[in-house]
Ligand binder design. Structure first.
Ligand code: HEM
Length: 270
């Protein structure tokens, strides 16, 4: 794309190969198309490469592994059952506001374990995180204040305010124990706050839309609930909630970075 001086990759195999080639294509110089944002210092997992990336990722992913999620499964099932009962008792409901948003906000914001004020603002911060990934257009500029608010928040939130068993508190503990650099802990909170809500909400909304617009497929899923996981994966594949991420060529000069944009078609990358 000449307008932004980037190469675009869209196929799974190409995206996968590009993301794994961190000897030539790096995330550590920023993953947005927005040069001023890329120039900001970052301590996130997404914006790191090599051993540093692996070290951060190990800590970050621990509570998201299937074995850890098993522990909270019954709570999530109960919240889902309550949501469905509530929605079925209504004459109609909004698929995004009442359905798709409900579980991510109720579950993820709770698991991350920010105090009430932070949890309420997570939706705005999550939307802003993705809005600023593209070029520096009106949408990105409008999201600047929410990004600033999120960064200010992670820099100032008190450790004692966090829920003791929450994912955010565990990041600080990993810093205390030396699994990550202690000064990385605050930056890593953004890894939980930024990418967790829009992805899950857009993915759920898209699934609903696809089932509604493909009645024959919907009937198959209704008749055989074992198909539900495949239907969820397919919705993520067909309409990726993540519109694009950008990596820079290691050889490029910082002032005029040549970037490659990767539109991921697989949520499993997360
Ligand atoms: C359907 C839901 C989701 C989708 C489609 C999704 C998609 C993605 C994609 C495409 C990447 C980029 C992978 C790469 O560049 O290597 C990514 C990375 C990431 N996601 Fe997700 N994600 C989802 C849910 C979540 C949730 C719920 C969280 C946190 C609670 C999360 C946290 C992260 C983090 C921290 C990274 C960076 C990991 C790394 O660089 O190794 N994501 N996700």
């Amino acid at each position: 794309m000449t307008q932004h001086d980037v190469w675009a990759l869209g196929r799974h195999a190409d995206v996968r190969a590009a993301l794994r080639a961190d000897d030539v294509l790096v995330s550590g110089r920023g993953v947005s198309l927005n040069a001023s944002l890329n120039d900001q210092p970052s301590r996130t997992t997404l914006m790191s490469d090599g051993d540093l990336h692996l070290k951060r990722r190990k800590v970050l992913m621990k509570p998201m592994m299937p074995s850890a999620l098993k522990e909270v499964r019954s709570q999530i099932d109960r919240l889902a059952d309550d949501l469905v009962s509530d929605l079925l008792s209504r004459a109609s409901f909004d698929g995004i506001a009442d359905f798709a948003r409900h579980l991510p906000v109720a579950v993820i914001s709770h698991l991350v374990g920010l105090p009430e004020g932070g949890r309420e603002r997570m939706l705005d911060w999550a939307a802003a995180t993705f809005n600023v990934l593209g070029p520096n257009n009106a949408r990105a500029l409008a999201s600047g204040p929410a990004m600033g608010d999120m960064i200010q928040y992670v820099l100032s939130v008190g450790r004692s305010e966090l829920e003791p068993d929450g994912w955010a508190a565990r990041i600080f503990e990993a810093g205390d124990g030396g699994a990550i650099d202690a000064e990385d802990a605050r930056g890593l909170l953004i890894d939980y706050i930024g990418p967790s809500l829009d992805t899950t909400i857009l993915g759920t909304g898209h699934l609903l839309h696809l089932l509604g617009s493909h009645p024959a497929e919907y009937a198959r899923v209704l008749a055989d609930p074992k198909l539900i996981p495949a239907a969820v994966n397919e919705a993520l594949r067909v309409g990726s909630p993540v519109r694009g991420l950008y990596v820079a060529s290691r050889a490029s000069r910082r002032s005029r970075t040549r970037r490659m944009t990767c539109r991921s078609h697989r949520a499993s990358a997360s």
